[in-house]
Design a protein around this ligand. Structure first.
Ligand code: ADP
Length: 278
């Protein structure tokens, strides 16, 4: 079952006896390893735009100093790289903030209707620029869910952004909502489904998409302004809410990403007759 790692420790057991304890540190090792990988990846991701910036600063200070059209072009690229760095830092901060209070379950009652409206507003400019449509299929009178507003907003924003990034230009992105009754293993919940028509994802990538910095095509993700952290953030937030994230995709057709959130007031079970006392 993989490599195990053990740490030996001597413990004073009293009355002159010493106990030798073997601690299983396999998990600790793994976590450490992940942390080291993460720092290495994050540094690499930050260094790439920084290298571009440094290169252009040098060119602007030297050969391109007098060339006005070149200057403008380079400044536009530099602004782009700077905003990539800032997006990356924002995402890194979100991730660490969510991880910090991973064990605190959100308890606020949240009206998803207002969340959908907000996402629509935030993305309105981009939708218009790209001539894309965001179709909302939401039943009237949605029951409130339990959730942290800012975090759920971020989940929806990341999923719709991905659908826009990887969906085919000109096609709409659909956000559908269904209310699901409680089942034997699940509470009554709301399911939000974001679907796109586009390149889709090959099945072998599906299990790894929520890993930090995992991308199917790094070049393409960077070009579209991606950080590789969007789905990692989504997964963390959804799990903190006791929800589930599901990703389905058909290569060349499109993707369907859904998440669930528990309802704030699950429908009450039918009353059980109370036996009269005495
Ligand atoms: P990124 O910033 O690269 O978009 P994400 O964590 O949001 O990072 O997504 C990870 C990868 O999953 C993306 O790089 C892309 O390859 C793939 N992906 C995510 N959403 C979709 C989608 N709707 N359609 C196709 N591929 C997607």
């Amino acid at each position: 079952a993989g490599n195990s790692a053990w740490r030996l420790r001597a413990v004073d057991a009293g009355q002159g006896r010493v106990l030798v304890v073997f601690d299983d540190i396999t998990q600790t090792r793994l976590t450490e390893r992940m942390r080291v990988d993460f720092v290495a990846n994050a540094s690499h991701e930050l260094r790439t735009p920084l290298a571009t910036l440094s290169g252009f600063i040098e060119t602007l200070a030297g050969p391109a100093a007098e060339d006005e059209p070149a200057r403008r072009r380079f400044l536009a690229i530099m602004a782009n790289e700077a905003s990539r760095m800032s997006r990356l830092i924002d995402d890194l901060l979100s991730l660490s903030r969510i991880e910090l209070d991973k064990h605190v379950r959100p308890s606020m009652s949240l009206d998803m209707g207002s969340v959908f409206a907000d996402v629509g507003k935030t993305l309105a400019m981009r939708l218009e620029q790209d001539q894309r449509q965001l179709l909302l299929q939401v039943p009237p009178a949605l029951p409130p869910v339990i959730g942290d507003r800012d975090q759920i907003l971020q989940v929806l924003h990341n999923l719709v952004s991905n659908a826009l990034k990887y969906g085919q230009s000109g096609t709409p992105v659909t956000v559908g909502v269904t209310v699901e009754e409680a089942g034997p293993a699940s509470p009554a919940q709301l399911r939000v489904l974001v679907s796109d028509i586009g390149e889709g994802i090959a099945p072998e990538h599906l299990p790894r998409l929520t890993e930090r910095f995992y991308r199917v095509d790094s070049q393409r993700s960077r070009k579209m302004g991606g950080t590789g952290l969007g789905l990692a953030i989504v997964k963390h937030i959804v799990e903190r809410h006791r929800g589930r994230l599901e990703i389905e995709s058909q290569l060349g057709e499109g993707s369907r990403v859904s998440f669930t959130l528990p309802l704030a007031q699950p429908p009450r079970p039918a009353p059980v007759p109370v036996e009269a006392a005495g």
